[in-house]
Write a protein that binds this ligand. Sequence first.
Ligand code: SAM
Ligand code: SF4
Length: 330
Amino acid sequence: MNILKDRFGRTFPYIRMSITDVCNFKCGYCLPNGYQVDKSDNRKFLHLDEIRRLSKCFSLLGVNKIRITGGEPTVRKDFFDIIKVLKFDSGIENIAITTNGYHLDQKAELLVKSGLTGINISMDSLNQETFKNITGHDRLPEILRGIKNLQDAGFENIKINAVLLNGINSSEKDFDQWSKFIEKNKVDFRYIELMRTGDNLEYFKKYHISSKKFKKYLNENGWIYQTFGKDSGPSLNYINPKFKGKFGIIAPYSKDFCKSCNRLRITSRGDLRLCLFGNTGINLRHLLKEDSQIDELKNLILKQMQFKKESHYLELGDTGSTKNLSKTGG
Ligand code: SAM
Ligand code: SF4
């Protein structure tokens, strides 16, 4: 079997695929003014057949996990058709999504029935007012109901991600609130350090904070750092036997973050992106027109692997062409 491997010995069993740039939220660090329609480009996002061909190709290249993201992936009218194609036609075992949880209460049952194996929900605060201020939407109760509905339907693999924002959701009180939540709920909660993108420099300067304070909180409250295997990705995970859920930290600015990189990205327009940041990668769409192009597609992707860089160089302020994460899917 072909295996996606780079010059630094890292392997890539995991793909994040953005299926749209469109989003219905206005998160301050991502799309503070909401999604702006660019009439010049006709929003030609990957269509169902292209997604089918690409996912099949990745499966043949040894990929065993795909995460569908965006923008907000659930805004696509054919969202459930996409999940179905991935589930039944790609050969990839683990099919996950990242969502802002819009209408999650109504969609939970369908999501469980679709056969998804994992759901990441972005939820920056358990405080209704804070949630509304960050996202521009007063939808925390609907998302909490959605999580309950997922759990009631027996869905196990739920992760919640919050972007850590200085002075907004980074106090001991916030940490305690999450702690109470995961004491009773079997979910993995992770804080992600705010990343600087092309669009958010002012926001970044104002709100970026290192995750050290949260790490200290975990150490002082009996949380035990859990080490995983080679392909587990860059999240630092913590367990505590008294709690149903787990805590985690995603710290992109930490020294060794890129060493455990195990993923490649596909943008909604079909660009292969070798890193969330930087400019490396090429468009694949010319090889997504016919099923018969699959060998050519495989070879092109394999060749691209030699261009993957060792680090994102984010600490040097290099955000490459990444204006905001709605384009590359976070
Ligand atoms: N709309 C979906 C959502 O919010 O879950 C999927 C796309 S969103 C770009 C994916 C993840 O990236 C979210 O968890 C979001 O909080 C995170 N994100 C966006 N911009 C970020 C930034 N500048 N730094 C860190 N995380 C960011
Ligand atoms: Fe939309 Fe997700 Fe960006 Fe928030 S983080 S604006 S929900 S794409």
